[in-house]
Design a protein around this ligand. Sequence first.
Ligand code: BES
Ligand code: ZN
Ligand code: ZN
Length: 504
Amino acid sequence: MDKTIFKASAQWDKDISVEAFVVFVIEDQAEIEKQTTFLAETDKESVLKSIKADGFKGKKNSIFVHALSQSESARKLIFVGLGEKVKLTDEVLRFAAAQATKTAQSSNIVSLALLATEYLPKRKKVGDSIPDVVEGVLLSQYKFKKYKSPDPDEKKVIAEVVLIHKDKKALQAVKKSIEKGEQYAYGAMLARDLVNEPGDEVTPTVLKEKAEEIAKASPLITCKVLDKTELKKKGFGSILAVARGSEQPPYLVHLTYKPRQATKKKVFLIGKGITFDSGGISLKPSDGMETMKMDMAGAATVLGVFSQIAQSLPRVEVHGLVATCENLPSGTAIKPGDVVTAFNKKTIEVLNTDAEGRMVLADALSYAETFKPDSIVDLATLTGACIVALGNDVAAILGTDQQLIKSVEKASQDAGERMWQLPLEEEYAEAMKSDIADVKNISTPGTGAGTITGALFLKNFVQETPWAHLDIAGPAWSSKEKGYISKGGTGFGVRTLLRFLQDV
Ligand code: BES
Ligand code: ZN
Ligand code: ZN
């Protein structure tokens, strides 16, 4: 994709030559009028007149477009409504930026000057809204086009966006904030690409190679790959069991980011990387099975984060584990009733081969524990039950440490990636006990609470380390386009985790 270049400037300037001015306005008549003061006198009059005629009030998601005649430096004015000032959030700004972008694109406009909004969500300081705007502009233009023939009517990429920030002294901060927004957006876009690729294309080997490529690009990142031989030697019986039905070899990929300044603090991010989940011998119904190419979204999120980590430069050591294989039925596949031994020596009775995500995570979590990290966050498209409970927009968060959960939640609010905590209800752990092994991989029928029992299974492979589990089965994939969220892979989690790592 051609890239959108962002620039920062301290004023609406005659020298800024763009095709359109974009102004964000809150729902307040006086404010709207104030925002026209930069226009040439005759333009200002006609703008105010047609705003009135149009009934534009600055309501959330509303748009007002006006052709300018006097201003030499732009031919169009786009007002985007933000709604009430008291209800302004980062997410409102992201949607507004996405709307401005789409409006411009539909008029074939490729350069914009955007009043880097003076309206800030509560508790924010100058420049804090810039990453939101950059995310909105970039992510709303994302399209997965690899397998499409070229389209002559295709909308042009916005080539240039000048962010105007009135405070001259803040320009440096604005530039930094632009970079932040770019990191969040490009990280999410890599995750989207990986999720959108067919299972045949993004195999476990391809995920492994992507990790190696990311490590190669920065001296701060290293990549260690545990291949099938290594996994066998070290006793990763649970990943190997899931992988057994497939011709594709499994991997446990271990990325490490070390900050330039030494630190003792270590965070592990773990992603479920099932590049296709057919269910295995407990085969899924064929309707909708094609979407199970997205069952590596957790892994894609970890790779998305690592693709930007050498730019975002968190102060802590960050480890990324990608546990990847395919889940297919065959003559060699694992069967319901089989018992396997995980890396921490716990035995698992496999009663349903479709509950495979928790099995690959079991090995990854217990491997992470051997490094004695300060915290572990895992992401997985783990349970259909999570979509029943929270729908397609909201992830579930569960875990053993309320402080860790709170800080992930805080980052997710800033990122506009919604999550809701479910209780790690100990009472239900009983339902995961097996008659013949330490645990079974599905709960006793009738237990319900599938997302919680899935997480309780995982808890067997975590020790004292503060741990948070994100079930992203719903929001990792979108069946429709919504503002800056594209259809298909969403890159959910990348923008939250990059923000989370900044604050730990
Ligand atoms: N990958 C699926 C979960 C899933 C379903 C993700 C729908 C995204 C959308 C997972 O491996 C799975 O099949 N889980 C089973 C667990 C059950 C057998 C206990 C499920 O949810 O049905
Ligand atoms: Zn499954
Ligand atoms: Zn799965």
